[in-house]
Design a protein around this ligand. Structure first.
Ligand code: ATP
Ligand code: NCN
Length: 213
């Protein structure tokens, strides 16, 4: 005969098992600065895959670049915060900034998954990067922790030796490099970055000297 507490435990277990899994997209990057290309891609993936949220995750140090002339992490996080402020789907993920050091995605996702085992993570990358997944740290273990989402890009293959969900999003040829260059030349970045990011760049005199990368 079952005791009351055994029955309660079984009911609880059923309730827990029946909870819908939280589905979270993550876009990692340097966001130096964030631009409309990032926002369009995040919104398209969030919408097409029906995600509960999409997080923008600035890295502390990009894994594959020995030394990248970047600006303080706090400025990059502030700009992301301003870029996403009016969109309830978007959140800032500070895991890599808090950890510091090289931002290997495996380390980050292992930690996030340990904190939230029931969350399903979708790691969003540009289609041009999919071809390089084999160079990522512990990629064979990483693909078990996250589902990769690739944004299709003209001229790049839409096949991979790893499981990738491909999403079609309008191609917007904007890069952070281009923004830094324009600012350093005294040109406008209006409509290339959100107004709040353009204001932040101006207020903090970012990128006013010619970038080296
Ligand atoms: N215009 C864009 N459209 C779609 N995806 C983009 C675009 N620009 C960057 N991405 C993707 O966003 C993620 C973060 O990019 P990152 O912060 O390095 O920006 P970036 O513009 O590529 O920067 P940089 O020019 O400094 O290399 C990467 O997965 C990258 O492939
Ligand atoms: O973990 C790795 O080995 C690895 C190698 C290359 C890129 N990444 C991640 O991919 C994201 C986009 O990288 P990037 O260089 O285009 O800014 C960012 O979150 C990086 O940490 C991760």
């Amino acid at each position: 005969m079952k005791t009351v507490s055994q029955t309660a435990t079984k009911v609880m277990a059923e309730v827990v098992t029946d909870l819908p899994q939280r589905r979270v997209g993550i876009i990692g990057g340097t966001f130096n600065p964030p631009h409309l290309g990032h926002l369009i891609m995040a919104q398209q993936v969030g919408d097409q895959l029906g995600l509960d949220e999409v997080r923008f995750m600035p890295d502390a140090q990009p894994p594959h670049v020995d030394e990248k002339k970047t600006i303080p992490a706090q400025d990059r996080a502030n700009m992301v915060q301003r870029a996403i402020a009016d969109n309830p789907l978007f959140k800032l993920e500070t895991a890599e900034l808090k950890r510091g050091g090289k931002s290997y995605t495996y380390d980050t996702m292992k930690a996030l998954k340990a904190q939230h085992p029931d969350t399903q993570y979708y790691f969003i990358i540009g289609g041009d990067m999919v071809d390089y997944l084999h160079t990522w740290s512990r990629i064979d273990e990483l693909v078990k922790l996250v589902t990769f989402v690739g944004i299709k890009r003209t001229g790049y293959p839409t096949t991979s030796q790893y499981p990738v969900i491909w999403v079609d999003a309008p191609l917007v040829d904007i890069s952070s490099t281009q923004i830094r260059h324009k600012v350093s030349q005294g040109h406008t970045v209006r409509y290339l970055v959100p107004d709040a990011v353009a204001e932040y760049i101006k207020e903090h005199h970012l990128y006013e000297t010619k970038p080296t990368n």
